[in-house]
Design a protein around this ligand. Structure first.
Ligand SMILES: NC(=O)c1ccc[n+]([C@@H]2O[C@H](COP(=O)([O-])OP(=O)(O)OC[C@H]3O[C@@H](n4cnc5c(N)ncnc54)[C@H](O)[C@@H]3O)[C@@H](O)[C@H]2O)c1
Length: 392
């Protein structure tokens, strides 16, 4: 089972790239500074407190209600936020060009980040894993994403260009025969990282924003003690080295002041049983590399490199791993902010970090996790509960 959990058996269409008609009226945007700020405005209206209170009532059964089912168990005070528009400090990305790698559907973080970038005025091109490209294009054409494409001005989000990409290969010389002849890659070409960077430069010129929102660990279900060398290195290659390679190949085609962002997870520095196959090690590498890349690419290309540490979120591949609902539940019960994380909250923070507003922030791991990571005790621990009962 691959980490992405995205199985596409159909042959990918013969067109290697497709331009979706670009709307002339790209949204003129006033985007609130970031998720934190948007949340703060929201919270300041007192709605958080009432929401939290009602969540608590539901969860504990006060007022005679049964605890709601999982789906309704984690109300998000900003769930209604399908766009990134809000009043306040503007994030203005008009005229900026972004390349976002890791969109496979309208569910994951990369989609939410893209949407926030488009809302802020950026032109966004996507790098889509080759085996996922055909189904993504088909879904777009069939209007399956139309609801999630809606922007705050009512228009639909469009992308500048779509590029097939496989981030475990740097140059055409790298990929083995089995990939060259794999039907999931048939009809596509120029999808190694260096080729995509060359095409992007040729097609749209220098870019300002690079997003790495991808990961893959073929043995993610295996504990480290049962992970093979091949599986471990595959996780490192797809989930960590891919960032290094992307900064190497895209750095030279980025404008000064540009910004790179990736996504990391708690298992990088804590033990999260269930997140196996070397994925935890890959996230640790990603975070370490973020610091070194920030230094090297900062000096060489004058660009910034950060990573967003996202809390557990039920994207399609995360659900495929199998344990995500328990981890979301754990976060809900133990994080300071009792709600489910939304992809858009990560998207908004990304919008801020990728904008000139964050010009002095680089080499950082930025936490967007409802505050779970600093917690040292689990409120829902049976040990604590037993002690509470004893002390009355
Ligand atoms: N879901 C969570 O709970 C969570 C939490 C923290 C961090 N993250 C990270 O966020 C990022 C995005 O994950 P997501 O949960 O939004 O799921 P997602 O499926 O939307 O993103 C994973 C993407 O990786 C792509 N991919 C896999 N192998 C690839 C390859 N070789 N080349 C190019 N693309 C490839 C997949 O096609 C998919 O689009 C990942 O780095 C993930 O580790 C996720």
């Amino acid at each position: 089972m691959s980490y992405s959990g995205f199985e596409v058996s159909s042959t990918v269409g013969s067109t290697s790239r497709r331009i979706f008609s670009k709307k002339s009226n790209l949204p003129v945007i006033v985007l609130s500074a970031c998720a934190v700020m948007a949340a703060c405005c929201f919270f300041s209206q007192g709605r958080l407190l009432s929401t939290m209170a009602s969540v608590r009532r539901g969860a504990t059964g006060i007022s005679g209600m049964r605890a709601p089912s999982f789906r309704n168990h984690h109300p998000n005070p900003v769930r209604g936020l399908t766009s990134c528009q809000a009043n306040g400090l503007p994030i203005d990305l008009k005229g900026k060009k972004a390349f976002v790698a890791g969109v496979a559907d309208d569910q994951g973080f990369a989609w939410a980040i893209s949407k926030c970038l488009v809302e802020a005025g950026a032109d966004v091109s996507l790098g889509i894993w080759v085996p996922a490209l055909g189904i993504f294009k088909k879904s777009m054409q069939m209007g399956k994403f139309d609801e999630s494409r809606k922007l705050s001005d009512g228009s639909l989000m469009d992308f500048e260009k779509l590029y097939p990409l496989d981030a475990v290969f740097d140059t055409p010389e790298d990929f083995p025969e089995e990939i060259a002849t794999n039907k999931r890659y048939a009809g596509e070409s120029d999808w190694t990282i260096s080729e995509v960077a060359n095409l992007v430069e040729k097609d749209i010129g220098k870019i300002d924003i690079l997003v790495h929102s991808l990961a893959n660990g073929p043995e993610v279900r295996n504990p480290l003690l049962e992970t093979s060398r091949k599986g471990y290195l595959a996780a490192q290659s797809a989930s960590a080295y891919s960032l290094v390679s992307m900064v190497q190949k895209f750095g030279p085609i980025m404008n000064e002041g540009g910004s790179v962002l990736s996504l990391t997870y708690d298992a990088s520095n804590k033990v999260v049983p269930g997140y196996g196959g070397g994925m935890s090690s890959a996230k640790a590498s990603l975070e370490s590399d973020t610091r070194t890349l920030a230094y090297e690419a900062g000096r060489k290309h004058k660009i910034r490199v950060n990573t967003v540490f996202a809390g557990p979120f039920g994207s399609r591949p995360a659900r495929a791993i199998g344990f995500i609902e328990r981890v979301i539940n754990y976060s809900y019960k133990n994080a300071p902010i009792e709600k489910e994380l939304s992809a858009m909250e990560v998207g908004q923070t990304a919008g801020f970090l990728l904008s000139p507003l964050a010009f002095a922030i680089t080499g950082q791991v930025v936490y967007v996790d409802n505050g779970l990571s600093p917690m040292g005790l689990s409120f829902d621990s049976p040990t604590l509960k037993a002690e509470e009962e004893q002390t009355g």
